[in-house]
Ligand binder design. Sequence first.
Ligand SMILES: [Zn+2]
Ligand SMILES: [Zn+2]
Length: 202
Amino acid sequence: MRIESIPSGAFATNTYILEDSGTVLILDPTGKAQRILDHLQGRVPAAIVLTHGHFDHIGAVDELVRQFHCPVYVHPADQVLLEDETLNGMAGMTAHVRSQTRPLTEGLMKLGTIQLQILEAPGHTPGSVLIVIGQDCFCGDVVFEGSVGRTDLPLGNDSQMRQTLKMIRTLDPQLRLYPGHGPATTLEKEFNDNSFLRTRRG
Ligand SMILES: [Zn+2]
Ligand SMILES: [Zn+2]
């Protein structure tokens, strides 16, 4: 699978464009839609998939839907964030999604030729998910290189986050992680170096 990352906005949020056997997916379209269109170079996305509903991950959704009429998938527990700018914003910055969405829930789903495994990972937001495709895991703001997502924003939940991190410790260390901010990493590296996920002393 081909993975392109397009960081943009005040928080350098990663939009990912995925392509496999002719299926193109857009994860967390943020910033200016035109920038994403430039990267698509005429390719038509089969769907937009959101790791969660924070403003810095959703800003270009409506414009891309207007352009492509593609479905938008989000976990139902984060639908409220898409609609309510008092819940999805930070530092006075907000966004919204008026487009219809489809539910992204725990388990397997197929979009075009791409098989996705959705793992519910609440804590940063109630509807945060990990999107696993083969050995690639798109983890939104749940895990970053050396850190994890904050839980002090509206609807964040520290005890849910602790449960989520427990679940993540059971995943395949060979998974490559593509976070919502910052560089890609691997779960093995985070198990060793990330104090929130460390499984060994060292
Ligand atoms: Zn977030
Ligand atoms: Zn974010």
